[in-house]
Write a protein that binds this ligand. Structure first.
Ligand code: FES
Length: 299
């Protein structure tokens, strides 16, 4: 079989794992198909083992030459805790599907402010690169509860220049004080009114940014972090109301018209399974993980 075909059929494998915060890890994964095809704004779906839940994760970086791509995993639910606990450098991953979703619409907008809340900063990073190449003036606001939720700060500074990166935290004194609303308001007041705001983070953060962009008439393209199951347009779990239409976020998103998204509905639907999510996480940590660790020690 030709080398290229063998590469495309090979199992996804972790080739790098780097912890960057107490709960945050960058995984570099060998999977040439994704590394060669993924475009800014698209995501991949991970499943650590045959029994693991599926987890969509934004592609942060690609290296088509090496056949690898990187994602940020912030361990917060059973699927992400499994990825962090079970995948080490050299581990084969049961399944990685993708790239999924619609690439970000890269064009010349003018001045763009990318607002990344927590993990959203990593999600926006490939978009920053593309928007810069398309001759936009690009700024990044990185917002987190505390310093440990600020991701990719050095990468953004290298890419955009120190003066184009603004850091805000709500609970400690790293960077300036405040959340997403304060970050956007401060930028408009002290720098300029951008032509476009790109947001990635929680639906509550998305709603806060949309309130400002709608009132000021600023274009808004936001990542909508809705629940996803099949990530292929079959289960309807991910549907989001955008204006008067319901759209499948796994197909048309995850970056949608933030000014038209019904953010309250996204938050409501995400909270719907919260108890079951919590139960599944506790079951994995207390029952399955110790068993898997004992089995590994014996092997
Ligand atoms: S996640 Fe199943 S239709 Fe989108």
């Amino acid at each position: 079989m030709a080398k290229g075909v063998v590469e495309l059929l090979s199992k996804p494998k972790v080739v790098g794992k780097r912890q960057v915060s107490p709960r945050g890890y960058f995984l570099e994964v060998y999977l040439p198909l994704v590394a060669q095809k993924a475009k800014a704004g698209q995501f991949v779906t991970f499943q650590a083992t045959e029994l693991s839940p599926r987890q969509p994760l934004q592609v942060v970086d690609v290296d088509p030459q090496r056949g690898t791509f990187s994602v940020l995993v912030e361990a917060h639910n059973r699927a992400t805790v499994e990825l962090v606990e079970l995948l080490e450098e050299g581990t084969e991953i049961f399944n990685v599907g993708g790239p999924n979703g619609t690439p970000f619409p890269v064009e010349k907008y003018g001045t763009v402010l990318l607002v990344g809340q927590g993990w959203g900063a990593a999600a926006n990073y490939p978009i920053a690169k593309e928007l810069l190449s398309a001759q936009n003036e690009v700024y990044a606001a990185l917002v987190g509860g505390s310093r440990e939720n600020i991701y990719c700060e050095e990468d953004y500074k290298k890419l955009l220049g120190e003066d184009k990166v603004l850091v805000h935290t709500e609970e400690d004194d790293y960077g300036r004080e405040g959340g997403v609303s304060e970050a956007v308001e401060a930028f408009i007041k002290e720098v300029k009114t951008p032509d476009l705001i790109v947001f990635a983070g929680s639906p509550v953060g998305g709603e806060a940014v949309a309130e400002i962009t709608k009132s000021k008439g600023i274009k808004n393209i936001s990542l909508v972090a809705s629940n996803m199951l099949c990530t292929g347009g079959l289960c309807l779990t991910c549907r989001v109301k955008v204006g008067d239409k319901m759209v499948l976020n796994c197909i048309e998103g995850p970056y949608l018209d933030g000014n038209a998204v019904d953010w309250k509905m996204v938050s409501f639907r995400n909270g719907y399974y919260w108890d079951l999510e919590k139960e599944a996480l506790e079951y994995f940590i207390n029952k399955l993980l110790p068993k898997l660790k004992r089995k590994k020690q014996k092997a």
